[in-house]
Design a protein around this ligand. Structure first.
Ligand SMILES: Cc1cc2nc3c(=O)[nH]c(=O)nc-3n(C[C@H](O)[C@H](O)[C@H](O)COP(=O)(O)OP(=O)(O)OC[C@H]3O[C@@H](n4cnc5c(N)ncnc54)[C@H](O)[C@@H]3O)c2cc1C
Length: 437
């Protein structure tokens, strides 16, 4: 049974959107003027990974983002168009990357020669020079393979690095930290991470080039500002603080059980949650849904906003916007500190940081907000599952969106929300034409 057989012939289908992150909001925004849309969000606030904390700083209250922070002028076409449409303003940000250990023995950043050799001992270490040389080689090799379309999904990053004879220092202290930080992924998992995702993402984002890199931006007033504008510009009914507990599909509609015990019926449902959450909600999940959604798991990360500067590299020259921490004992999680003053316009001298998965190293007195966000874990099986979207979405009154359908970033959420919205609108139009023919 397709989702459009009964409901679309009747009237405009009533659409439920489960999840009020960028994916659900972009779908609701696109559909809201043409269909009756209701958004259910478990949290009291909309935005999901768009999370802004109003911090009481020495120079007054200031917004600081703890989730989504930056986007750029090249790789975020759908998200940028949405911002333009709703009139959300943005300002330049700064993207730079550092790697350091916790006791200050090893620190470097990529922003300048002085930052690269911030630990002066590295000037005379051949292994460090080889690491830098390997970066140039990696960029050239990756670019060549992407341009030639010559990377299959079976090649892991580990396979590629082994075959290329890359040095231990390049692997452990440069490329694994960088990929781990970009995808908030367990550094150990990166050995099975598909090389294709890394190459294509790095190539699209200009990371393989020294010149012509995209210009990074951050939302003026914090990401909550765009979320508020998007809500105001969306013709939908919003229920925040309302978790969906179960979803069952039937001939007459989709039954949605809410946290207050109520059951509501819709014609179509859009899952804009994470893949594992969507699967948990489906009491009548099909084998295809179990296979596809189950192939893209999520991993939980501890996220702390604080003012403890000891989480930044000790040498000022080595401080960057994104600071990756090397650990003697890996934690099966990425360990990175975002230096928010470098990423967002924060007035005053006080430094603010957002640190992932190193909560025990942060002075408890400096902690402002402690949160937990989950990120998708990408594997070869996950890439294959992404290609099966049409097998489970647009079928049986059910549609799936979320950043996990592509690379896991904000643009991917916006793109995936628009993809399901377009499908619903197109299918409705076609059913109208068929009914009047
Ligand atoms: C710390 C951090 C930093 C990041 N930085 C960047 C960045 O700088 N640039 C970038 O492009 N990307 C960044 N990302 C990634 C990006 O922000 C996310 O991938 C994207 O926002 C995810 O959007 P989403 O709509 O798929 O999921 P989410 O934003 O997670 O939204 C899912 C929503 O579903 C709701 N939900 C779940 N279950 C239920 C239920 N049962 N009933 C009702 N509602 C439910 C959740 O509460 C949530 O609001 C970052 C992510 C994090 C965590």
């Amino acid at each position: 049974m397709t989702g459009f057989q009964t409901s679309f012939l009747r009237e405009r289908p009533r659409v439920a959107v489960i999840g009020g992150g960028i994916s659900g909001l972009s779908a609701a925004h696109r559909l809201g003027n043409d269909f009756p849309v209701t958004v259910f969000e478990a949290e009291q606030r909309l935005g999901g990974h768009s999370s802004t904390v109003i911090v009481n700083t020495p120079v007054g209250e200031q917004p600081i983002d703890t989730g989504f922070i930056v986007f750029n002028d090249r790789n975020y076409p759908n998200f940028s168009a949405l911002l333009d449409e709703i009139g959300a303003r943005h300002v330049p940000s700064n993207m730079s990357f550092s790697v350091s250990d916790l006791d200050g023995r090893y620190e470097y950043a990529g922003s300048s020669p002085n930052a690269l050799y911030a630990t002066r001992r590295n000037l005379v270490r051949p292994a460090f020079h080889r690491m830098v040389g390997d970066l140039v080689r990696f960029n050239n090799d990756a670019k060549r393979l992407v341009v030639a379309g010559d990377v299959d999904d079976d090649t892991s990053l580990r396979d590629f690095l082994d075959a290329g004879g890359y040095s231990k220092e390049f692997i452990e202290k440069l490329i694994v930290p960088q990929v781990s930080a970009v995808w908030s992924a367990d550094p150990a998992q990166l050995y099975s991470f598909p090389a294709r995702i890394v190459f294509e993402f790095f190539n699209n984002h200009g990371i393989l080039e020294l010149r012509g890199r995209p210009k990074w931006q951050t939302i003026r007033g914090g990401s909550a500002t765009y979320v508020a504008k998007l809500r105001a510009a969306t013709n939908a009914e919003f229920h925040t603080g309302t978790a969906v507990e179960a979803v069952r599909r039937g001939e007459q509609g989709v039954a949605i059980k809410l946290s207050d015990g109520a059951e509501v019926i819709f014609d179509e449902v859009i899952f804009a949650t994470h893949s594992d959450q969507a699967l948990d909600l489906l009491v009548d999940s099909t084998v295809d849904e179990q296979q596809v959604l189950g192939a893209i798991p999520y991993q939980r990360n501890d996220v702390v906003l604080h003012s403890d500067e000891s989480l930044l590299p000790r040498r000022r020259a080595a401080r960057a916007s994104w600071n990756y921490h090397l650990l003697d004992q890996p934690r099966e999680r990425t360990t990175v500190t975002y230096w928010m003053n470098n990423l967002q316009p924060i007035a005053g001298d006080q430094n603010y940081m957002v640190t992932l998965n190193l909560t025990d190293q942060i002075d408890p007195a400096s902690v402002i907000k402690h949160q937990s966000f989950s990120h998708p874990v990408f594997t070869r099986e996950g890439l294959a599952a992404q290609r099966r979207h049409a097998e489970i979405s647009g079928v049986n009154r059910t549609h799936f969106c979320g950043a996990y359908w592509r690379w896991g970033f904000h643009e991917d959420g916006a793109w995936s929300g628009l993809r399901v919205a377009r499908m619903i609108a197109d299918a409705h139009r076609e059913s109208q034409v068929a009914a009047t023919a």
